[in-house]
Write a protein of this length. Structure first.
Length: 398
């Protein structure tokens, strides 16, 4: 058993953060090799994203991670069903679709299985996987592409219990590898998650969360036909599809309105204070007004500049082609959406350029493009060749 290096721990923390959709800190990691399979035994912790603003206690748990480049599993999440009052509350807020198996009632009763690509996930969960999990309740499993992680949420493993914990984890992971082999035997079944899969899942969701997700997807709806028609326009492209506008350009009006409001306060406040007070107290409003003036001016300046830049990329951008070289998760969320860094290489006037841009959706498409080496379409700002929009990482619903 060997200690991982600091770099390895950081890389594993990044992988687990993406797999679990939390900002994971790896406190300790050890590796084992069993039957030629390399496993990482991880002591991890995280502050639940949904509760991070309330000063919640960090979750501590032990997990076993399998990462194998020969592995390719569809994205899925498995966890024990919430029961009693908690289960009722969760169902009311937003009932996530649950993949059930008529021939495995015990498994379906014990676990909630979510998979955007349902056909691929059903194929992966062979009877042996379902039977094992039904006989060993309480596990949580997350998988995507070449990684699978198993753990019991919020449970740490004492040193004396670690051998049994690792053995059971390894047995589960071995069964998942057998399920993945069943997928290999059916190449007609795609494994990647497409936007259309998210749309289909949203249609099945109930509760408040389901309604919110369906409305959000409807707002950003964008089709390949709309993209083709948009790119076929002569520059400047004046007809921008609504989905493209909402996904990339955004709406700067709320920020512009905020900036104007702050400027109004900056002007009105010193006047009101001067009229209400006497003596030197009348000048109290001047420094306060200056703060509002600075805040309003900066808000107005940056919101207008950002909007103009994005419109320039969309309307006047030069179309070129390139490659996705990396997709990196960040710890930043904007309006509940995780920020990723998309690394691109592309050609501009016969010269190779490299840049990094932010994306908040289309992450799985970006990874597919990177892993397959697919050529992607890129719009390049005519005034700054490092400012780009990658068309093929937009959330395109068809």
């Amino acid at each position: 058993m060997n200690r991982e290096t600091v770099d390895d721990s950081e890389s594993l923390a990044e992988t687990l953060s993406e797999l679990l959709n939390e900002n994971i800190t790896v406190n300790n990691v050890e590796t084992q090799e069993r039957d030629g399979v390399r496993l990482s035994v991880v002591e991890m912790s995280y502050l639940p994203t949904s509760d991070s603003s309330h000063g919640s206690t960090r979750v501590q748990q032990t997990g076993v991670m399998l990462e194998d480049d020969t592995l390719e599993v569809p994205q899925f999440a498995l966890w024990p069903h919430f029961k009693r009052i908690v289960g009722k509350i969760v169902s009311a807020v937003g009932h996530m679709p649950d993949i059930n198996f008529d021939d495995s009632p015990d498994f379906s009763k014990e676990y909630h299985l979510l998979g955007w690509n349902e056909e691929a996930v059903r194929t992966l969960f062979i009877p042996e996987v379902r039977d094992h999990l039904a006989q060993h309740p309480g596990w949580t499993v997350r998988g995507n592409r070449s990684q699978i992680a198993v753990f019991k949420k919020g449970k740490t493993c004492k040193p004396d219990d670690q051998p049994a914990f690792i053995s059971e984890s390894f047995e589960m992971l071995t069964l998942f590898r057998q399920g993945e082999q069943c997928l290999d035997e059916q190449p007609q079944i795609g494994r990647s998650t497409q936007v259309a899969d998210a749309v289909a899942t949203a249609q099945q969701m109930g509760g408040i969360a389901g309604s919110i997700l369906r409305n959000a997807l409807k707002r950003i709806s964008l089709t390949n036909n709309e993209i083709d028609q948009f790119l076929a326009q002569p520059k400047p492209r004046m007809s921008i599809p609504t989905g493209l506008r909402r996904q990339y350009v955004g709406d700067a009006r709320p920020l512009i309105a905020l900036g104007i409001a702050l400027l109004f306060v900056a002007i009105a406040l010193p006047i009101v204070v001067a009229l209400a007070l006497s003596g030197n107290d009348r000048y109290f409003g001047i420094p306060v007004g200056a703060v509002f003036l600075l805040a309003g001016g900066l808000t107005l300046f940056f919101s207008i500049r950002s909007s103009r830049r994005k419109h320039r990329v969309v309307c006047e951008g030069e179309l070129t082609f390139g490659q996705v070289t990396a997709v990196k998760r960040t710890s930043t969320e904007i309006n509940g959406q995780r920020r990723y860094h998309l690394h691109l290489t592309y050609d501009v006037a016969g010269s190779e350029h490299k840049t990094r841009t932010n994306i908040y959706s289309g992450v799985e498409q970006a990874k597919d493009c990177m892993e397959s080496g697919q050529t992607v379409r890129i719009l390049v700002d005519p005034m700054d060749s490092n400012r780009v929009l990658c068309i093929d990482t937009l959330a395109i619903i068809d």
